[in-house]
Design a protein around this ligand. Structure first.
Ligand code: SAH
Ligand code: SF4
Length: 377
């Protein structure tokens, strides 16, 4: 009987915890309100933020300059999540990929790129983290590992923040750039992503400048317009991958909802409103989207919205039929864009050897188990 009672207690506390907001999901002003409501001086909120984002405390207990009573009250009110590193895969050029387990056992992945190529207008000598925003993805692009197993759920803001904190801890280094290009569609998890971005950007948080934060979208036109209304000058990358509706429809189901014209007009709006150049990402897939004609059409779209183009040779995904074009074909595609005066980079892929494209490590781990890489737990 005693055993049963214990189980009942732990289940109910789990349910209660589950419903709590995580401390790393709240903004400083919300924390101040909570502290004030507890009858404590508001400056404690700044102390808490400092414990979280500067001293990197892993529990309320570690916040030793707060009274024990306040620490207990905070623990009553907020959960204090953590994510576990399950695997780390490192490429020779030290691009590293992390597989994380969340509190509900869901798996997500993030990538650390130590000296990133000069992409999205950011400097090239910076450390970049690529974060996930959802478990799986509902958009089902035909070439992408994240969409293969469908969609489970959106991440909470703290689960996004924790990816960065965990990688900084593992790397022993502060990150300079954050790109939302891991698993999931960031603009389909708009509120949580914006909440996380505000924490990443805040001086009391991770203090990373808005221009060092890039959100990538598969083309959710209405949310692009919504993002344009946000005050932060974050950067936008649009996954185009096809320059005509015919090609894009084949590989990106989202295009049937928001076709290229609708998407371009949202991009126009974003660029004008933010006075900013956005980036078109374009994966080169052999025989699908790499014809000369697609290159010329892409150049026309890029000129219209003053976008830069980032060409990415396709990373093969086990179980999918697509391949990357030959080096010659890649260079030819690049030269057509450049001949049209479009600022274009061709990613000489980092991390190809660690399955760096989003969703691949998770898929590999779930399907095959422990084949390569470092198993940490
Ligand atoms: N859902 C968002 C962000 C995550 S995907 C989006 O689609 O933009 C991040 C980028 O990785 C996208 O440009 C996506 O198209 C690209 N990608 C997906 N699978 C890939 C693969 N196998 N090889 C190369 N890039 C890939
Ligand atoms: Fe989802 Fe982006 Fe992958 Fe498409 S490319 S399935 S939107 S994660």
């Amino acid at each position: 009987m005693a055993g049963l009672k214990n189980i009942a207690v732990s289940v109910s506390s789990f349910v209660r915890n589950w419903a709590k907001v995580d401390i790393k999901s709240v903004q400083l002003h919300e924390l101040e309100e909570s502290v004030r409501a507890l009858g404590e001086p508001v400056y404690h909120a700044k102390q808490i933020a400092e414990w979280l984002y500067k001293k990197r405390a892993a529990s309320f207990d570690e916040m030793t300059d707060l009274a024990r009573k306040l620490r207990l009250q905070l623990a009553e009110q907020f959960s204090f999540g953590k994510i576990d590193v399950v695997r780390v895969l490192g490429a020779q050029d030290t691009t590293r990929k992390f597989l994380f387990r969340l509190s509900d056992e869901a798996l997500i992945e993030s990538v650390l790129i130590p000296a990133s190529p000069a992409l999205y207008g950011m400097r090239s000598d910076r450390r970049t983290v690529c974060v996930s925003t959802q478990v799986g993805c509902a958009y089902g692009c035909k070439f992408c590992a994240s969409g293969l197993e469908g969609f489970s759920r959106s991440l909470q803001p703290n689960e996004i923040i924790d990816q960065i904190l965990a990688i900084e801890r593992e790397a022993g280094d502060k990150m300079d750039n954050i790109v939302f290009m891991g698993m999931g569609e960031p603009l389909a998890n708009f509120d949580n992503v914006m909440r996380a971005i505000r924490i990443i950007n805040a001086r009391w948080g991770l203090s990373i400048g808005a221009r060092h934060i890039t959100v990538s979208t598969s083309g959710l036109a209405p949310q692009i317009r919504r993002l344009a209304e946000e005050s932060l000058q974050i950067r936008l990358a649009v996954s185009l991958h096809g320059a005509s509706d015919q090609v894009r429809n084949q590989i990106m189901p989202i295009n049937r909802r928001y076709n290229i014209e609708t998407l371009l007009s949202a991009c126009d709006y974003y660029a004008l409103r933010k006075k900013q150049h956005l980036t078109f990402e374009y994966i080169l897939i052999e025989g699908v989207n790499n014809s000369d004609e697609q290159a010329r059409l892409l150049a026309r779209h890029a000129r219209r919205v003053k976008a830069k183009v980032n060409l990415i040779p396709y990373n093969t995904v086990r179980g999918l039929p697509w391949t990357r074009p030959s080096q010659d074909r890649q260079e030819k595609f690049l030269s057509i864009l450049r001949a049209h005066g479009i600022a274009t980079t061709l990613r000489r892929e980092k991390g190809h050897d660690i399955d760096a494209a989003c969703g691949q490590l998770r898929l590999q781990t779930k399907n095959v188990g422990q084949d390569s890489g470092v198993l940490l737990s």
